[in-house]
Structure formats: structure tokens, C-alpha cells
Design a binder for this molecule. Structure first.
Ligand code: CA
Length: 222
């Protein structure tokens, strides 16, 4: 399996990396949430993520939530420091698939990872549509009335966010949060600028992206 181990305890990381490598797993490591998100959202195809809750910058819960929100379906095995029910519940709520209480036996980690690896892959991508607009997440392709529209990555993400919640008003902050990488400092004006570009490119379907004055934007349904 190709694994990502996210843990700030350097000794434990070294140990896991050595053991897992001996068992022919390919292991990436991250010691912070930021690093973990960067690796998990890169082009590396991971089979599972071993994710510690206690990280120096953000909690493992936040990492899991963020990954799931971004559509990452890689199975997550959460490491909890104590056998607290609340930690387990929060972990599973955040999108973790399983958890392991520290300290754990290496054999148990292996068994859990094998179990995660056996799960059928979740459907990763969907096709979204509203009126003449169609968005294919797998192909990263948008069409209006069947004609291909060339969108930048951010324009695509904003449209995707709107299409995922048709008819709902989304604030500029919500769109920022969805379309930009974690921790990038931007102002809501940035969203306005991108909405403007997006409307331009949507041409005849531009009026589907409605401004809700003082609040944000909404994608008009049929
Ligand atoms: Ca830790």
C-alpha cells in the first residue's frame, strides 16, 4: 500500500516508517497538518492515511474534515492518544474510517490497514448540472449547452461549490474556504473578482450565478 503517516512524534514516525517499509509498503510522512494536506492533495495516489489527532498546527480532526470536504476519499485511520469515546466519535464524524488507540501493537495497525485496503473504493467524483451548465469532476470539465468552457482551477472550484448546493446562498467566506488552499490569506473581494471572470466564461448561462446582495452568491436552479 502507499501510505501517508501523519504524526509529530519523530520517534514513532521513524519506527512506523521502518516497519511498514520492511513490509513492502511505500510510506510518506508528515509531521504537521499543513504538510499532510499538501501531500494528500498532491498527485500522489494514497491507499490510506494514518492520522494522529495531536499535531502542532491543527488537529487531526480538522485535517480529516478538510480532506473529506475537498472530496478526498482515501481511507483514514485515526490515532487517538487515549480511549476517549468523544475522540472516537469526533474522528468518525470528521470522516475517519477507523481508529486505533495509542499505544498500539504494530500488528494491530497492520491488520487495520489491511481491512481499510479491502474496502471497495468509494465513488470519488460526480457530475453536477444546473440548466445548461454541466460539470464533470473526474474530467475537470465544464460545458454550457454542450460547449466546452475553459475555466481556471479557482473558477472551476467556485462553480463546483455553487453547483453542489444549488439554490442555496453561499457567503464569500464559504466560497473562499472551498476554493482556496488551507491558510491562504485572501479577502472576500477576491471571490467577487473570480465570480466576475466565471460569469464572463459562462456566457449565456452567466445569469445562473446570482448575487445575493450583502450576503454572497447562489446558483439558480430550474
Ligand atoms: Ca502527536
Amino acid at each position: 500500500m502507499h501510505l501517508l503517516v501523519v504524526e509529530d512524534d519523530a520517534r514513532l514516525v521513524r519506527l512506523l516508517k521502518r516497519l511498514l517499509s520492511q513490509d513492502r509498503h511505500v510510506v510518506e510522512t508528515a509531521s504537521t497538518a499543513a504538510e499532510a494536506l499538501e501531500i494528500a492533495t498532491s498527485s500522489i495516489e494514497l491507499d490510506a492515511i494514518v492520522l494522529d489527532i495531536g499535531l502542532p498546527d491543527r488537529s487531526g480532526f480538522e485535517v480529516a474534515r478538510r480532506l473529506r470536504k475537498d472530496g478526498c476519499q482515501v481511507p483514514i485511520l485515526m490515532l487517538t492518544a487515549r480511549d476517549a469515546v468523544s475522540d472516537r466519535v469526533e474522528g468518525l464524524d470528521a470522516g475517519a474510517d477507523d481508529y486505533l488507540v495509542k499505544p498500539f501493537a504494530y500488528e494491530e495497525l497492520l491488520a487495520r490497514l489491511r481491512a481499510l485496503g479491502r474496502r471497495p473504493p468509494a465513488r470519488k467524483y460526480v457530475r453536477l448540472a444546473a440548466g445548461p451548465i454541466a460539470l464533470d469532476e473526474a474530467k475537470r470539465r465544464v460545458t454550457v449547452d454542450g460547449h466546452s468552457v475553459d475555466l481556471s482551477q479557482r473558477e472551476f472550484s467556485i462553480l463546483e461549490c455553487l453547483l453542489r448546493r444549488p439554490g442555496q446562498v453561499l457567503t464569500r467566506d464559504q466560497l473562499l474556504d472551498y476554493a482556496w488552499p488551507y491558510g491562504v490569506a485572501l479577502t472576500p473581494n477576491t471571490v467577487e473578482a473570480y465570480i466576475h471572470l466565471l460569469r464572463d466564461k459562462l456566457g449565456p448561462a452567466a445569469d445562473r450565478v446570482e448575487t445575493v446582495r450583502g450576503v454572497g452568491y447562489r446558483l439558480r436552479e430550474d
